[in-house]
Ligand binder design. Structure first.
Ligand code: 6R9
Length: 643
């Protein structure tokens, strides 16, 4: 069978991606949203057809495609091989030191089967949780898909997170297995990973085994009986494994994200609805052609973007992807452009913080490479400022590639608001409109939709297939966090401010809660504050996100030292290191200001707005609700004193 001639597993959809981009099926979608989603779900392979598209009777707990059964890994891998695409490349993988690996769909199937057999040999059964902390290596994808194949919900923890962060995630999910590696390459150096995960698992009795990939060859601590090398266990397994179907609502993964309190939330995603929307949005937003596109999403698999747009969406759509292990400036600042040129990347999906970094490095760097293969550019993670948008279009997109500015969240599972890669993709800084099948509104405090030219809160007023199904182990927190703010209307509160422009297009304005967005990573102020006060020298701490030209926001911490001690460079450096150890280097404050007092309202709430003004060197605003208005002077005087 010629790979292009027939694809039995992918029935022809009347709304092919390119049609969707031009014929505006939004009206059709709104008229019969559920029929629209049934049609999208029909592009997947179901072992048992669903009875009902959406059961919203227990809102806000949704059940999509009830009664339907499918295997997510089969949909991402096996069915493409069975349809004759075994020789198509799934991943062009490139390691940081320059080693490469080409993985076809047939090879991916063999690797996933071997890994699944290995997990079975460790005694895992459907429903058991598996924690994964790995660098961006192919084994990370094999591990996720093997879990999906066996119905083992995975919890991927970003490689830059500290042992303490990993430990709390393992405990919360009660994971039985941890999959990790000996080390990871960071900026040309092999850094330890297993040593850190050992620290995390010192006191996690739920972990029975640690499966270790050899990536760097560095020495590792070893616990006999618990630790197993990947190459010993996985490589010895059969490369055949028959997948069994799971319920559409079977948990697929838990992914922890920062909320407004110090404790990260385990966002739960399930199988059928998640895969349907991840695949639909991926092919629609990028106008994907599985036969010709070479797609590269630069996220890390430790974030939701890596889950939905490196693993599940692209593989469900039989995409050929690039996957890169390392940092963008190793060994030189043209690394990404070199990779785009080498593989002929047609779709490049990245974050504004990296675009601003490229701007800093200079346009002569992309200019030194042939980037003419690029057809569509994507942006995600934070609002893209118009200057970065224009630079991206001009210097990476050759002045012609449309930019899709995709708004979504860990909780939404997949893209919700984005232009399509057609003529509309041309409004620098606006994510524009919800995709066909999806709905969003900008509302005021009372939940009333605001008019054109007005700002308010972004809400999602209709359930969507890839919506979170809850917070792991905490039903009440789920209701409280997302559904209580506009309970009368039954709206999901996203936590973002937004505005309609005169055309009715949506502009995202950033978080309206105490969540910071640093280089597209969500970090809560409370999380950093609790890390700071866990240091013996700190009496009190307040943290704000101040605007930063490169990272979007940067973390600025105000601390009061015990005994009113004055700050020194050493103290600030020690505290920054302490936060990096407690949470991870991404949470390191850019600046630590030692102050004698913190401004508080009469009810004792820290006035972050004032601190933000100070951090951004603005004239401080209204201080009338301050318990003691003189603390601002005190702070300013203290800061001028050189801390
Ligand atoms: C996918 C992802 C979600 C938060 C979200 C918002 C911000 C993401 C954005 C954007 C403006 C965009 N955000 N994409 N803001 N325009 N295109 O980033 O998930 O890590 O959970 O962050 O990121 O504030 O609420 P997550």
């Amino acid at each position: 069978m010629s790979p292009r001639s027939a694809d039995h597993a992918l029935p022809e959809n009347p709304l092919t991606p390119r049609d969707a981009a031009v014929s505006g099926p939004a009206e059709h979608a709104a008229a019969d949203r559920l029929a629209f989603w049934a049609q999208q779900a029909g592009q997947l392979h179901w072992d048992t057809e669903w009875d009902q598209v959406l059961d919203w009777s227990d809102a806000p707990f949704a059940r999509w495609f009830t009664g339907g059964r499918l295997n997510v890994a089969y949909n991402c891998v096996d069915r493409h091989v069975e349809a004759g695409y075994g020789d198509q490349v799934a991943f062009h993988w490139e390691g940081e030191p320059g080693d490469t690996r080409t993985i076809t769909y047939a090879e991916l199937r063999r690797e996933v089967c071997r890994t699944a057999n290995a997990l079975l040999s460790l005694g895992l059964t459907a429903g058991d949780r598996v924690a994964i902390q790995l660098p961006m290596i192919p084994e990370a994808v094999f591990a996720m898909l093997a879990c999906a194949r066996l119905g083992l919900p995975h919890s991927v923890v970003f490689g830059g997170f500290s042992p303490a962060a990993l430990q709390s995630r393992i405990e919360d999910a009660q994971a039985r297995l941890l999959i990790t590696s000996d080390g990871q390459y960071r900026r040309g150096k092999a850094e330890p990973m297993k040593a850190n995960t050992d620290e995390a698992t010192k006191d996690t009795p739920s972990i029975e085994h640690v499966l270790v990939v050899r990536r760097t060859g560095i020495d590792v601590p070893w616990t006999e009986g618990r630790d197993v090398w990947w190459h010993d266990l996985v490589d010895a397994q059969s490369d055949e494994h028959t997948p069994e179907p799971f319920d559409a609502e079977h948990p697929l993964f838990i992914l922890y994200t920062s909320g407004t309190t110090g404790r990260p939330k385990g966002i739960l995603h399930t199988s059928g609805g998640y895969l349907t929307q991840a695949a639909y949005t991926h092919r629609t937003v990028f106008g994907l052609d599985a036969d010709t596109d070479v797609y590269w999403c630069t996220a890390d698999i430790g974030w939701i973007t890596g889950h939905s747009y490196i693993v599940y969406g692209p593989l469900a759509n039989r995409t050929t992807s690039v996957m890169y292990e390392g940092t963008p400036n190793t060994p030189h600042e043209g690394r990404h452009f070199e990779i785009i040129e080498r593989y002929g990347v047609t779709v490049y999906y990245t974050a504004p913080t990296l675009i601003r970094t490229f701007m800093k490095w200079g346009e002569h760097i992309p200019a030194g490479h042939d980037l003419s293969s690029i057809r569509v550019l994507g942006s995600v993670g934070e609002p893209i400022n118009p200057e970065a948008w224009r630079w991206y279009r001009e210097h990476i997109g050759g002045g012609r590639a449309p930019i899709v500015d995709t708004w979504w969240q860990t909780e939404t599972g997949a893209v919700m608001i984005s232009p399509l890669p057609d003529g509309r993709a041309g409004k620098p800084g606006s994510a524009q409109t919800p995709l066909p099948g999806l709905s969003a509104k900008v509302v005021d405090d009372q939940g009333q939709e605001v008019g054109r030219g007005e700002s308010g809160y972004l809400v999602l007023d209709q359930p969507w297939p890839s919506m979170l199904r809850g917070i792991w182990g905490d039903e009440e927190r789920y209701r409280e966090t997302y559904w209580s703010r506009f309970a009368d209307h039954g709206y999901y509160f996203a936590g973002d401010g937004a505005r309609y422009d005169e055309d009715g297009d949506i502009w995202l304005l950033g978080r309206v809660d105490d969540v910071m967005n640093v280089s597209g990573h969500r970090i809560s102020t409370a999380e950093v504050e609790s890390a700071l006060v866990s240091h013996p020298t700190v009496a009190e701490a307040a943290v704000v996100g101040a605007s930063d030209a490169t990272t979007g926001q940067a973390i600025v911490a105000f601390v009061i030292l015990r005994g009113g001690a004055a700050g020194t460079e050493d103290v600030a450096a020690a505290l920054r290191e302490h936060v990096a150890r407690e949470i991870g280097p991404i949470a390191k404050p850019r600046q630590i200001m030692v102050v004698p007092e913190l401004p508080k309202t009469r009810s004792g709430k820290i006035m972050r707005r004032l601190l933000r003004d100070i951090a951004e060197n603005r004239e401080v605003g209204d201080v009338t609700t301050l318990a003691d208005a003189s603390v601002v002077d005190l702070i300013n005087a203290g800061l001028k004193g050189g801390t």
